[in-house]
Design a protein around this ligand. Structure first.
Ligand code: PHE
Length: 339
């Protein structure tokens, strides 16, 4: 009996000393494990006389039951203590001010570009991007503008060498595409272009969106129908377009495209300078020489092309009065274009 009490005391002490579940389990095994104290007490049974065995066995079993109960209680407490410790370690002060992440916005030029791609890809156009450094052939000669052509003066060009230049127009992409792909063609070509030009509405670097359609039986009506759809989506449901005769060496006939003023609806206001119309892009039927330069038979195929300044569209759409605002990256300006 004394020995039993002593074992209970020892086990109590070992359980109380355990600092975590693992050491508590180890202590438990020292008493209740397969090689623990209880097991070795049971071993002694075989040395006893047969008549003492039942009583002895009963005592050891009672002792085992006490120890099991005692360890179970300690385990419950230990789990509770460990949970508390974990919670204390993971404590969060919900009253602390949070860390704010500044949220960016898409630049107005990017927004208009994406919107244009959305409109025209809905009509089946595919995006094709040409290089910013072009050679004379793609930027001018193949576009029906040979070296001594007066139309070269329409755009003040940055030459890198006699042969290479910064492209002045995304029209160069028309040639690159038509050299590779034969009709039917429906191409959209966004990109940066460069001209030695600098005032409130012109910047030496700006973006254009070029469009090109070549197929059998394409007419100027197809161009205007498609531009009407573009104007309705980009400006207002009631927008109309108007074509005025113009000149580009790579289109014949060439047109300047106006959109009815979305501010006054065509009555005349400050935005449209009283005319009711706003000029938005240049376009025309692809000149037969251009098709020939790309190995496309102009008697079989016709096409139209258009080119617009993305900054210009953005300025019209958002009422921006100086093109410099689009490159200065002043966050007070950019913040206003949140979705
Ligand atoms: N490339 C012309 C420009 O930059 C625009 C244009 C493109 C005109 C396609 C007609 C056809 O002014």
């Amino acid at each position: 009996m004394d020995e039993n009490e002593q074992i209970v005391e020892e086990a109590e002490a070992a359980a109380s000393e355990a600092s975590d579940s693992k050491s508590l389990y180890e202590a438990k095994m020292r008493f209740l494990g397969r090689q623990g104290k209880i097991a070795s007490l049971m071993q002694r049974m075989k040395d006893l006389a047969a008549e003492h065995r039942p009583a002895f066995g009963k005592q050891v079993n009672a002792l085992r039951a006490r120890l099991e109960e005692m360890f179970a209680e300690h385990e419950v407490h230990m789990k509770e203590r460990e949970l508390q410790r974990k919670l204390a370690g993971e404590q969060v002060d919900v009253t602390m001010p949070g860390r704010r992440h500044a949220e960016g916005t898409l630049h107005p030029v990017t927004r208009v570009k994406n919107e244009l791609i959305g409109i025209f890809s809905g009509m089946g156009f595919e995006v094709f991007e040409g290089p910013e450094i072009e050679n004379d052939y793609y930027n001018f000669t193949a576009l029906n503008t040979p070296a001594d052509h007066p139309a070269r003066d329409m755009q003040d060009t940055f030459y890198l060498t006699d042969e290479f230049l910064l492209r002045t127009q995304t029209s160069a992409g028309q040639i690159r595409l038509m050299e590779k792909k034969k009709p039917p063609i429906k191409m959209l070509s966004p990109g940066r272009v460069f001209r030695s030009d600098d005032d409130a509405t012109h910047s030496p670097m700006f973006h254009q969106m070029e469009g090109l359609v070549v197929d059998k039986g394409i007419t100027l009506c197809d161009l205007q129908g498609m531009l009407d759809e573009f104007a309705r989506t980009m400006f207002s449901e009631n927008s109309k377009t108007r074509l005025r005769p113009s000149y580009f060496p790579f289109t014949e006939p060439s047109v300047e495209v106006d959109v009815s003023c979305y501010m006054c609806g065509g009555k005349g206001c400050a935005l449209c300078k009283g005319t009711g119309w706003i000029e938005v892009l240049g376009a025309g039927m692809v000149n037969r020489h251009v098709l020939e330069n790309c190995g496309i038979d102009p008697d079989e195929y016709t096409g139209f092309a258009f080119g617009m300044g993305i900054e210009r569209i953005a300025m019209l759409k958002y009422g921006i009065n100086n093109i410099k605002l689009l490159t200065e990256n002043d966050v007070r300006f950019l913040k206003q274009f949140k979705e």
